[in-house]
Design a binder for this molecule. Structure first.
Ligand code: HEC
Length: 101
């Protein structure tokens, strides 16, 4: 319970600026992302999954690429997300790492 509350408040801090601006809800996106996506990315970067999005040669450089990348990874992983859920995850990644316009 304590861990849950800690991550919830972290998520709120991260998410607040994004909610107003974007198509998805970054707070929901973080939960979805951390559940389905982070482990594989982390295994490629010595445990820090966020390096996938902050590495110098990252692939995504527009909102549109971000959305299609999230969709492609979602299809690969078979998380079975709806388009709204993909939008939440894209909003979370953008608010936290990409800061694309
Ligand atoms: C089985 C492993 C695996 C899983 C699970 C996975 N990914 Fe990925 N992801 C990768 C790899 C490998 C790359 C790097 C591909 C490249 O460099 O071209 C990547 C790249 C990405 C990128 C682009 C990073 C960049 O370069 O800017 C995004 C965004 C992304 N993944 C989102 C997700 C999301 C969202 C999920 C959950 C639905 C997810 N991934 C699940 C392996 C995975």
């Amino acid at each position: 319970m304590k861990n849950f509350l800690t991550s919830l408040s972290l998520a709120l801090m991260v998410a607040t600026p994004a909610i107003a601006e974007s198509m998805g809800d970054a707070k929901i996106g973080k939960t979805l992302h951390d559940k389905s996506c982070i482990a594989c990315h982390a295994s490629k970067f010595g445990g820090d999954g966020s390096k996938m999005y902050t590495r110098a040669d990252r692939k995504v450089s527009s909102q549109q690429q971000l959305s299609s990348r999230v969709k492609a990874c979602n299809n690969n992983v078979g998380s079975g997300w709806f388009p709204e859920e993909e939008a939440h995850v894209a909003a979370y990644l953008n608010a936290t790492f990409y800061h694309l316009k």
